[in-house]
Design a protein around this ligand. Sequence first.
Ligand code: HEC
Length: 449
Amino acid sequence: MAPGLLAAEINVKDGESIQDAVNKAEPGDVILIHPGTYKESVYIDKDDITLRGVVVDGEWPVMEGEGKLNDAVLYSGNGVTVEWLTIQHYKGNAIMGQAGNNYVIRYNRVIDTGVYGIFPQLGKNGLVEYNTLSGIEDAAIYVGMCDNVVVRNNEVFENVAGIEIENTRHAIVENNYAHNNTAGLLVFITPGLPIKTAYDIILRNNFVVNNNTENFGEPGSLVGKVPKGIGVVIMAADDVIVEGNQISGNQTAGIVVTDLSFVTDIASDPESEPNPDRIAVLDNLMFDNGADPVAEIKAAMLTKFKRRGPDVLANLGSAQEPDNCIRNKEMYVTFGLDKWSKCERENTHDIDTYLLADGAPDREIENDEERIKRLYYGICAGCHAYNVRMIGPPTLAVQAIYHNNAEGIAEYIANPHKVRPDYPAMPTQSHLSPELRRKVAEFMLQVKK
Ligand code: HEC
């Protein structure tokens, strides 16, 4: 249905439930959340719904997870907007998109919401702007398996990963302030996910400063292995342009260009090309990086008789090849860039946005099979990759435990209990109907890559 014509406003006041309002809403409706404290998880499985906080005299509506609830807002509809909310003390995510297209997430204050802060997964055409996020154990803003995304004007601090663009194509990350994280901006391929590539990504005009926070991610998880003190990491992604940023005070290195073996095992996914190709470092302001690098980098410095670590480090796989380029290399401390060429492109002024002028088509759910696939890749694959450990155990390991026992998985996910002492708890999937739980369990058992 086209939104707009009959769009209504639904008011939610302190003491009332946001979910009740969502249940009543029709596509196009705007749900106005007034100042107050809302202790709930909200699921939006309809199209064109706006959740809008109403801030009055400096008083915000607060979604409060009390360290007990898993997610604040989960959406799977298209055209969902979430704005003007304070979201705090959840265990899983503040705002997670599960395969909805045309999303807008802005003006939110996210504090200590567990694994991820703002996490659109598997969506096309999305805008994430003017949010501030802190205290997140993995990525504060995590754009996973998306296309055509702009992430701009956000502040991310005191997280493990500030902004992570993963297995995503056509993304611009601009005018953000990433400071005091373990690492500021990350462009990654994570192996073992259904989208195998990350390319066509611009990081420009960001402040990436003093990202030296001790890594407090879950030991053993991918992000838990990222060394502290890094401004920008480009791992295995292609066609990434880094331009106009201030990258300073990051004690290990300003920019690291590397292959999959940086934090994972290359052999883990033969379908993911492990090398970073055609990386372009244009003009950036870089200084005071590498003052106190982690041990590996320190060792490399000694062999080069350098007193400080690098502004730019190219270290593994094809990272040192001449199809990567840099402008004004002589201005910076660089390691491993001897073969890099000089960039022909001067800037990205010709590229205004990667958002789609007419939006992306709504994701149609043609049949049951598509629906289940979307569910698995939209939800479960946020934590379970095929054969590497992300947040949860690899799918391969789950298959080995459960063999043909889909019913067993369906029961577990409705009411998960702690199994592994070295993993976080798995959040309940009880919002899925028993039938969907059973089908997604069957799907998990037959995933092959
Ligand atoms: C937010 C992260 C997250 C999401 C999303 C998630 N899981 Fe998990 N899952 C985990 C973690 C963490 C564990 C390990 C828990 C433990 O060992 O205590 C786990 C464990 C499991 C297990 C193994 C249980 C056992 O007996 O060892 C199964 C099966 C499973 N998840 C299925 C699923 C399915 C199906 C989905 C999607 C509907 C899903 N998970 C979504 C994090 C997640």
